[in-house]
Ligand binder design. Structure first.
Ligand code: HMG
Ligand code: MG
Length: 286
């Protein structure tokens, strides 16, 4: 197993989507540009979701148009349905080499709250999106939310997570990020969940996405590393949460994860000094 760990920076999307007031396009671009300078290879920069639902992510097309092009750096945006795909295409996402991220929940309650439909319907809504993305050569990443528990349905079983990952993989092979949306996971519950998923999917195709409650996200990352995961989603400055998951805290901070990985002897290729500047900027945006 390699000692390289891939950091997916999600602060400009998962972080800023939860800010109480909208952040200007210029500030969003400034944040992403600084993150790009830090050597990150994956940055999620926005969403093509309903602006009535998540006004903070409106104007993602304008953000995309102003981002610096950096060799080896992939930008991604969330797309929940064909309307979002049309927005992505109109924004030049295909020609610009952007990736998309598609997202479902392991639990029905969060699916209804976040996407206004059942899990099965959300997968059906994604089928033509995935087909179109494949036809256009666009990279696709999947998310499964509420892999430990759900604010509406309570604990999520590992089998539910395995099923949800399977639903995404029926659409297409894709790397899948497993979201502890509420940050309630412990090393034990995360290990139980991952052991089940890793029986079906190699850990190299999985990422850990830990929101941070009570400081357990870093412990959960260590538990995931032990099971072979080598990709984690983080948000600079610990920005974040999910507006449709009451009680969801911010994502684990990029700077804290870098610190942990360095101490454990992993490489990330990310410049911690520039991330520290970006964390300061992220806090000033709020
Ligand atoms: P809906 O109201 O059921 O949609 O929302 P609809 O199909 O009934 O359409 C209603 C209106 O919305 C129509 O407009 C559509 O055109 C429009 P009208 O005719 O009334 O003028 N519409 C759209 N507009 C822009 N972009 C679109 C779009 N789709 C429909 N894509 C919908 C369904 C999916 C749109 C809504 O529920 C939604 O936007 N949900 C997204 C919520 C969200 O972004 N949540 C946060 C991201 S997920 C997350 O944070 C978790 C994650 O980090 C992992 C983890 O931590 O677990 C990924
Ligand atoms: Mg999240």
């Amino acid at each position: 197993m390699t000692d390289y760990v891939r950091i997916h920076e999600v602060g400009p999307r998962d972080g800023l989507q939860n800010e109480p007031r909208p952040i200007s396009v210029a500030k969003r671009v400034a944040l992403v540009s600084l993150l790009a300078r830090a050597g990150l290879r994956d940055i999620e920069v926005g969403s093509f979701v309903s602006p009535a639902w998540v006004p903070q992510m409106a104007d993602t097309d304008q953000v995309m148009a102003q981002l610096p092009k950096v060799n080896g750096l992939r930008y991604a945006v969330l797309v929940p349905n064909m309307k979002g795909w049309q927005g992505f295409k109109a924004a030049g996402g295909v020609a610009g080499g952007f990736d998309i991220a598609v997202f479902i929940s392991a639990s029905e309650g969060f699916s209804q709250s976040n996407l206004n439909c059942s899990v099965a319907q959300s997968v059906a809504n994604l089928a033509p999106v995935v087909q179109a993305a494949k036809a256009e050569g666009v990279g696709i990443r999947g998310y499964v939310s509420c892999v430990i528990d759900c604010p509406f349905d309570g604990p999520t079983s590992p089998a539910q997570v395995v099923d949800a990952v399977g639903m995404l993989h029926e659409l297409a092979p894709m790397p899948v990020s497993l979201g502890d949306t509420l940050g309630h996971g412990t090393p034990e519950s995360v290990t139980r969940m991952l052991e089940a998923v890793c029986k079906a999917v190699p850990p190299a195709q999985l990422a850990g996405h830990f929101h941070d409650t009570g400081g357990r996200a870093l412990m959960n990352i260590e538990a995931s590393l032990d099971l072979g995961l080598r990709a984690f989603d983080t948000a600079v400055g610990g920005l974040g949460g999910c507006p449709y998951a009451p009680g969801a805290p911010g994502n684990v901070a990029t700077e804290a994860v870098l610190d942990l990985l360095t101490r454990l002897g992993y490489e990330t290729g990310v410049d911690a000094a520039i991330i520290a500047q970006a964390a300061k900027l992220a806090q000033e945006l709020r």
